[in-house]
Design a binder for this molecule. Sequence first.
Ligand SMILES: Cc1cc2nc3c(=O)[nH]c(=O)nc-3n(C[C@H](O)[C@H](O)[C@H](O)COP(=O)(O)O)c2cc1C
Length: 198
Amino acid sequence: MVNKIAKTDYPISGLIATRWSARAFSEKNVEKQKILSLLEAARWAPSSSNEQPWRFIVFTIEDKEELEEAHSVLSESNAYARKAPVLICGVAKKTYTHNDKDNRHYMHDLGAATAYMFLEAYNQGLAMHIMGGFDVEKARQLFEIPQGFEPTTMIAVGYYGAPEMLPEKIREKELGPRSRKAIGEWTYLGRWGKGMTH
Ligand SMILES: Cc1cc2nc3c(=O)[nH]c(=O)nc-3n(C[C@H](O)[C@H](O)[C@H](O)COP(=O)(O)O)c2cc1C
């Protein structure tokens, strides 16, 4: 497994520092218990009004036809994810259930649940990759997602594979360093644009 530990300026939990988005997946199947642990982690994410607007559609090799349908929605640039034995479609409910009003936090809360899932995947020794590049309307139709719900991400899950299996351009990304903006580029103190010295 490629080691891509974040070069942090300040100390953070090991799980956050070591998580990264792999593209090389082994064909080894993922145990159902582990998939359930990922969903359990997502379950405990915070959400506005505790609405829990996230929905996840899980595709496994137990049903090859459904898994192939899930592969078919991925954009070409995400073809690497077709090797993963598990795909998950992340969907968010756009309105609050208690009053039918718009929930402007729906994507935020799906994202929080997915982030929890990602950390648990890493904890379980699994690779995971979130993808926004997929055919949303095709997914809506194929997966029979009702109106009022937004298909937002496709998530690949599996064991780490060998980077050598990847096409050259993707392999470079797999082996390249992880980079981030400095905290000061997106943190202000008290007023927009007012720099925080650290
Ligand atoms: C909402 C979302 C959409 C993304 N879409 C794609 C995608 O379509 N294809 C892809 O290869 N990576 C995708 N990524 C992964 C990001 O490129 C990756 O998280 C980022 O480069 C940081 O790398 P790291 O997760 O290894 O730290 C997506 C991530 C998120 C959160």
